[in-house]
Design a binder for this molecule. Structure first.
Ligand code: EPZ
Length: 423
């Protein structure tokens, strides 16, 4: 039986919420804890399907892992491959972030090739190319990547694309390898900076994280560390957009406004007043929602992970908006469901054209991936009537206490099992 979200939309969101720790920072930080035999303590890790899966994989590899109120304590005194890894690795592309640390600790790794997903085929060639430059060897057998590395030594690595995951895998190996590594055309996301900060606490010397050129001096014996995860900028952006969509006034606490600079600028362009009040963000009702022209791109560009949510907002803007998606090749699947709710969206290749309508209509819709689910929640919140959203597995991967947080802002939202909805 699949759960569904029932949302009675049309009410303004008002109040304040705390943003959780970043999912996309937590996952590489958890993987990096394998690089040392010492104890690592990560604070502010959100309780999500993805972070729980990563913790299960770490314990499946022999690490001691405990989780209490956002604090994860991990100690990998020894690491050994285990079959248990694979059942989780298949479910989550981010399991590929274990490749580098496993190579460092054991000299070998065997991981399932991350399957493509709803948003694209998502190859790992840049990970393999970068790690090969540091001395790793790879073969692909029956859908698994088999990796070995007798001697990992720092080197110059240039990425053909500013891949977040590839940058993170290379950073983790370089941090524990002998010698220096320079990564050019590196990803510059805040999550990369957070990983660099942890690796520095562990004894590596990382400089330039957050720019396109990262320098890493490896330290063969990395030590344990205590580190607090940065706030989740994508969760924060999702709530900013949800508040704007319902014409409410919402204060976001535990955010880093500078991580959302372009998002805030674009929402202001759309007529949404947003105030940076001593490090907290307050969003106010817009007089009128203006259309936008948006192109997604690697940080500090407009984040692809907020593209569906923004589209949901723009379905009722006063005019025509366009969204061009340059990061993933198939991130408009959600538009089918927004159309079912009465939006005027047409997709042509990597661009979506959105003609604003007065209001959407309630409907039964389905999340096709994590951020598509967030877009449908936003559309449902602003639409009078009862909308039913299925595919909640996706939402549970990336939004901690979603219903709780929205209900605390006045949303009429509840999770029901399939049986109850049919009654
Ligand atoms: C990270 O994924 C995020 N996930 C994604 O967030 C995010 O959308 C993405 O970065 C882009 O910002 C995590 O951090 C766990 P990439 P990642 O490697 O590392 C291509 C969410 O909703 N590529 O930067 O997988 C790839 O196909 C998720 O929270 C290659 O071609 O992203 C894609 O088109 C979704 N070869 C583009 O680069 C490679 O070896 C971006 O991928 C690697 C990537």
């Amino acid at each position: 039986m699949e759960d569904k979200l029932l949302i009675e939309g049309g009410t303004r969101l008002n109040g304040r919420i705390c943003i959780s720790g970043s999912k996309n920072a937590s996952l590489p930080l958890l993987a990096a804890s394998l690089l040392t035999e010492d104890k690592c303590i990560l604070k502010g890790v959100p309780h999500l399907l993805d972070t729980c899966n990563m913790m299960k994989m770490l314990s499946g590899l022999g690490a001691q892992v405990s989780y209490q109120d956002g604090q994860v304590t991990i100690q990998a005194r020894e690491v050994q491959e285990s079959g248990q890894l694979y059942q989780y690795a298949r479910k989550m592309r981010a399991s590929f972030l274990l490749l580098g640390p496993l190579l460092m600790r054991t000299g070998e790794a065997c991981l399932p090739l991350p399957g493509g997903c709803a948003i694209g085929n998502r190859p790992v060639d840049l990970h393999l190319k970068g790690l090969t430059a540091l001395g790793a060897e790879f073969s692909v057998e029956n859908g698994y990547i088999k990796a070995s590395a007798k001697n990992l030594i720092g080197n110059e690595v240039s990425l053909d694309y500013r891949s977040v995951g590839a940058t993170e895998n290379i950073m983790m190996v370089a941090a524990a390898a002998r010698g220096g590594t320079t990564i050019t055309n590196a990803a510059a996301e805040p999550e990369i900076v957070d990983l660099g900060n942890l690796l520095n606490k562990m004894g590596a010397r990382v400089t330039g994280a957050g720019t396109s050129c990262i320098r890493i001096e490896g330290a063969p014996d990395l030590c344990g560390a205590i580190h607090t995860v940065i706030p989740d900028r994508i969760e924060a952006g999702t709530y900013l957009i949800a508040a704007a969509a319902t014409g409410g006034q919402v204060r976001l606490q535990q955010v880093v406004p500078s991580h959302l600079q372009l998002v805030i600028e674009k929402l202001r362009q759309a007529g949404v007043p947003i105030e940076d009040d001593r490090g907290e963000l307050v969003v106010y009702p817009a007089e009128e929602l203006c259309p936008l022209q948006i192109t997604t791109g690697p940080y500090p560009g407009f984040p692809t992970d907020l593209q569906p949510q923004l589209a949901a907002l723009l379905t009722t803007a006063a005019g025509e908006s366009t969204i061009t998606e340059t990061v993933f090749e198939n991130r408009f699947l959600y538009t089918e469901y927004l159309q079912r709710m009465g939006s005027q969206i047409s997709v042509n290749g990597s661009a979506a054209r959105i003609q604003g309508v007065k209001s959407l209509l309630p409907a039964q819709v389905k999340a096709t991936d994590l951020r598509a689910g967030a877009a449908l929640v936003i559309a449902a919140l602003k639409t009078p009537g009862k909308t039913e959203i299925s595919g909640l597995y996706h939402l549970d991967r990336g939004y901690e206490k979603l219903e709780e947080k929205l209900a605390s802002l006045g949303a009429h939202i509840r999770r029901v099992s399939d049986r109850a909805v049919n009654l």
